[in-house]
Design a protein around this ligand. Structure first.
Ligand SMILES: Cc1cc2nc3c(=O)[nH]c(=O)nc-3n(C[C@H](O)[C@H](O)[C@H](O)COP(=O)(O)OP(=O)(O)OC[C@H]3O[C@@H](n4cnc5c(N)ncnc54)[C@H](O)[C@@H]3O)c2cc1C
Length: 467
């Protein structure tokens, strides 16, 4: 449960954990596609690079994606044009095509085996025909794209491009990790940064037992555990989906996604079919499980089921670049992080190496929010409060030794007690009965039933203090 298909046939060799204090020029925090891509582009620089991950490289959000490399990303161009204008949407389109070339080049240069396969990508709709036609018109002026017949999933209208790809994202990142190790990049796994301070122009980054002193730090950990200077909680919300893989070879040469309120996304992989559904804000409960997927897909067996969540920014543009002197950040990929994380690798390395890069301003994480983005922020706060109030009835609260405790009683009548608030920004937690986890409805931290933190941004557990 919750382990994706991408682990099939991938051999993960853990590197060492940090056990002493060290100094480095550049510390990259987080080894998903973003962190390894940044390290890859910096590997031949004069800087000493250190990459740390609190778990295993590649095994968080990246390993739970659907592994599509495409610039035909649902209705993102309509959304960006609505918030900004068509010029910005066009620049975003160019950046995504550039990202595909970056990945293709890395795979070719290093002969990487990661099931990289060309595919046709479609975007279809069941209900929003006019909206998709609008996006088609915009794209048609700029790229090769056509209207096609696609009859599955009650589709009424579909558009298609050819030059896109499929990948096993975990294999790709794992191969990049090997290249980094061959190039003497220091990698430490099971090494979590829990705090940083600034002293004499250096960043002092604390793990549980040690300290890393770095001149430059790069926050590539998907969701920063701190608020200032990046203010990510204000600029984004989390969206979650469930994905299944089952044996089916009906659709072999095409991948797709729709633009309707109920997201459907799919792609083939070997003799499996990968299907994504049940997309919702992190504060809402999952609706689908193995049985409901089996039923709706008429699949005799579901071989894999997992869920994933990603940051959706208020203006649908990633946040990549400098947030303060010698601190860089990359996140907010709106579920298109394989292209954007790879692009972040090039953008951030180019800034550090003083190279020109035409996307530095476009994704500047310090860009001001415009009125449309502000409206999105307010509606998101309202939504979170409503969802919390709805979920509240599943748990009881009481004060114990001056701390507020949340209690969930399971089907056997056993009471599970934890601190009621998320250590990250003090949001009240809800209990997720499907996964048996305590979830933060605001920013996506997750804790097991006993309160151990299993997913950030929180760096702390919610186990209750002993009397
Ligand atoms: C359902 C779904 C499907 C998706 N499918 C696609 C797709 O087909 N194509 C696409 O382009 N994108 C897709 N995405 C988006 C993509 O998966 C993500 O945007 C991308 O993987 C994010 O990569 P990352 O490197 O930023 O984060 P991660 O992969 O999460 O890497 C961050 C790393 O940081 C580590 N970390 C966290 N905190 C700390 C700390 N304090 N100290 C040290 N290490 C830390 C974590 O262990 C983790 O390994 C999908 C997203 C979702 C939700």
């Amino acid at each position: 449960m919750n382990k994706s298909i991408w682990y099939e046939g991938v051999k993960l060799n853990k590197t060492k954990q940090l056990t002493k204090d060290i100094k480095t020029d550049i510390l990259i925090i987080g080894g998903g596609i973003t962190g390894v891509s940044i390290a890859y582009h910096l590997k031949n620089s004069p800087y000493k690079i250190c990459l740390v991950d609190k778990g295993t490289i590649g095994c968080s959000t990246t390993s739970k994606s659907t592994g599509k490399l495409t610039f035909l990303q649902s209705d993102i161009y309509n959304k960006i044009a609505n918030i900004y204008n068509e010029d910005i949407a066009l620049k975003y389109l160019k950046s995504q095509r550039h990202a595909l070339n970056i990945i293709k080049q890395i795979i070719e240069d290093n002969n990487i085996d990661c099931d990289f396969t060309p595919t046709k990508s479609i975007v279809f709709t069941i209900k929003k025909i006019n909206s998709l036609k609008k996006q088609y018109k915009f794209l048609k002026q700029n790229i090769n794209i056509k209207e096609v017949d696609f009859n599955k999933y009650n589709s009424k209208y579909a558009i298609q491009v050819n030059d896109t790809y499929l990948i096993n994202p975990l294999k790709y990142v794992n191969e990049l990790k090997k290249i980094l190790l061959e190039n003497h990049i220091d990698i430490y796994e099971d090494t979590q940064i829990i705090k940083y301070t600034k002293k004499n122009n250096n960043y002092i980054c604390k793990t549980r037992n040690n300290t890393i002193t770095a001149k430059i730090i790069i926050i590539a950990n998907h969701y920063p555990w701190f608020i200032k200077p990046s203010f990510i909680p204000l600029k984004s919300y989390n969206e979650k989906s469930t994905i299944v893989a089952y044996k089916n070879e009906d659709i072999k040469d095409i991948s797709g996604i729709n633009i309707d309120s109920e997201t459907i996304s799919f792609r083939p992989y070997k003799d499996y079919f990968i299907y994504l559904n049940d997309t919702h804000k992190i504060c809402d409960n999952d609706k689908m499980n193995v049985d409901t997927f089996k039923h709706s897909l008429c699949a005799p067996k579901i071989n894999y089921i997992w869920s994933n969540h990603d940051l959706i920014t208020m203006d649908y543009m990633p946040l990549i670049g400098k947030v303060e002197d010698n601190m860089y950040l990359a996140t907010g990929y709106n579920t298109w992080g394989l292209t954007n994380g790879s692009l972040a690798g090039k953008i951030i390395s180019d800034i550090i190496l003083n190279n020109k890069n035409e996307y530095i301003d476009l994704f500047n994480p310090k860009r001001p929010l415009n009125l449309s983005s502000l409206k999105n922020i307010l509606s998101n706060i309202g939504y979170n409060i409503k969802a919390y109030l709805k979920e509240k009835k599943n748990i009881k609260h009481k004060y114990q030794n001056n701390q507020k405790v949340a209690i969930y009683t399971d089907d056997q009548g056993i009471k599970h007690k934890v601190k009621s608030r998320c250590p990250h920004l003090k949001c009240e937690l809800t209990f997720n009965k499907k996964d048996n986890t305590w979830d933060c409805p605001c920013h996506g931290s997750r804790f097991d039933i006993n309160g151990k933190c299993i997913l950030g941004p929180s760096t702390k557990d919610i186990t209750i203090d002993k009397e």
